[in-house]
Design a protein. Structure first.
Lengths: 143, 314
């Protein structure tokens, strides 16, 4: 394992993208930073700019308006980076499947930009914080 | 030849680059750990800042298409060089006690250099968020430079007109009314220089997405992080030397006393950071110019009276 990947696993900076979620997954993501779960123990930190990020936490079905923004965000994130599809909507568009404003689940939009992107799926409506931590751990162990 | 080699060693290894950066990253960890404890969390492990810098070194650097490429790359290096020079100067004065007259003025100039580099770099990045951050940082620099220089004028009055750091460290101006006022005000100015919470207006993450350094990524961001880590060593050390008598004056255990004073200043900064909300830029300007300005004007009058009539506690 090269030192780049080793140090990436030790400090994952996360940028939170909402592409039309109902805010439920977002509440659970912010819950990860509270004293109960405190992911800063593992070096995981929320950052304000996609240029600083190592992981994109995407929540929500990708709406027609959000899709170009999501593509642009993925291009602006410095590589290597991981994309997390958080929640049922982001994984498979959930109950909004086939609605007029939905252009596809997160992985479809990301693959349009980069076919080899690393995408992890955390299902649930909303996923439990424990499930999110477990998803992050599994995705990082594959890297 | 040997003198030149020794100077290079001074700058690059012992009190300069390597030593200060290790100390600065440990200070970064103290900041994050104490903040976590204040918020009833566990906090990151000791080597977390080292991992962060190492990871950023291995990442891709993105340069904005419309940005001014040369300035964008040069700005972090200029800032790092400024802080490196400042910390080397301060450590050298602490260790060998030999210096030149007027180095407190050189230190004041070197302390502005990181802010100027941040302004240059962010305005070269062609991003609207960064330009908002730039304008806020410029106003903030104008705000805090006035009280900071006034506070050092009080130190110079209290020490009987000394302009060299080694002479100033033989006094403790903080043990008088005017010196204490100056120390408190300059603590707040250092807070603004470090970009910590009540005055982190320029890089406020929640409203303008870490403003100034928004467009930086990879190794260039790592250089900014190292610069901030070194400032976390150099600026509290400067306050300790100027106001609290430095490392050398206390007989017996100078090193322990010196480290204790440094940690005291650092913890004060962290506690101010954790117990205050962010202020607006106009509130910050008003705070520095009106309230701190008036407090320091009173302090200068007290210090002048004290030095004229030989009253040390004024």
């Amino acid at each position: 394992m090269s030192w780049k990947i080793w140090s990436l696993k030790k400090s994952v900076w996360v940028f939170h993208v909402n592409t039309g979620a109902c805010n439920n997954c977002d509440i659970e993501i912010v819950n990860l930073l509270t004293p109960r779960y405190d992911v800063e123990r593992f070096g995981i930190k929320l950052v304000g700019s996609p240029r600083h990020a190592d992981a994109l936490l995407v929540t929500g079905v990708v709406t027609a308006q959000a899709a170009p923004r999501l593509r642009e965000l993925y291009r602006q994130t410095s590589k290597p980076c991981v994309v997390f599809a958080m929640g049922a909507c982001a994984c498979q568009t959930g109950i909004f499947n086939g609605a007029y404003h939905v252009v596809g689940p997160v992985d479809k939009i990301i693959r349009e930009v980069d076919p080899n992107a690393i995408i992890a799926y955390v299902p649930g409506c909303p996923p439990k914080p424990e499930a999110m931590i477990s998803g992050v751990v599994k995705a990082l162990s594959i890297l | 030849m040997t003198e030149a080699l020794q100077n290079i060693f001074w700058i690059l290894v012992f009190p300069g680059f390597v030593f200060t950066i290790v100390l600065g990253l440990v200070a970064c960890w103290i900041v994050r750990k104490v903040s976590a404890l204040v918020q009833w969390r566990v906090g990151p492990p000791l080597f977390q800042p080292f991992y962060d810098v190492m990871k950023l070194m291995g990442k891709e650097t993105l340069i904005p298409q419309d940005g001014q490429r040369a300035v964008f790359i040069a700005a972090p290096i200029v800032g790092l060089a400024g802080v490196l020079l400042l910390s080397t100067m301060l450590w050298r004065t602490t260790i060998t006690q030999n210096d030149f007259v007027g180095d407190i003025i050189v230190a004041i100039y070197l302390m502005i250099l990181p802010s100027l580099a941040l302004i240059l770099g962010s305005s070269a990045s062609a991003s609207p968020h960064a330009s908002i951050g730039t304008s806020r940082e410029m106003k903030l620099v104008m705000g805090y430079e006035l009280p900071l220089v006034l506070a050092f004028i009080i130190v110079i009055i209290k020490t009987g007109g000394q302009l060299s750091l080694a002479e100033i460290t033989k006094f403790t101006p903080a043990l008088s009314i005017s010196g204490m006022l100056a120390f408190l005000v300059s603590l707040l100015c250092i807070q603004a220089k470090l970009g910590f919470v009540p005055f982190d207006i320029a890089e406020s993450e929640t409203e303008i997405a870490s403003g100034l350094i928004m467009e930086y990524s990879g190794p260039l961001l790592a250089v900014w992080k190292m610069m901030q880590a070194m400032m976390l060593v150099a600026l509290p050390l400067f306050l300790v030397m100027v106001f609290l008598g430095g490392f050398g004056t206390t007989a017996g255990w100078p090193l322990v006393w010196g480290i204790g004073k440094y940690v005291l200043v650092l913890v004060l900064i962290i506690l101010i950071k954790n117990t205050n909300p962010r202020v607006r830029i106009d509130q910050a300007m008003k705070f520095f110019w009106v309230y701190c300005g008036i407090a320091l004007a009173i302090a200068i009058i007290l210090a002048s009276i004290g030095s004229y009539y030989d009253i040390n506690w004024l």
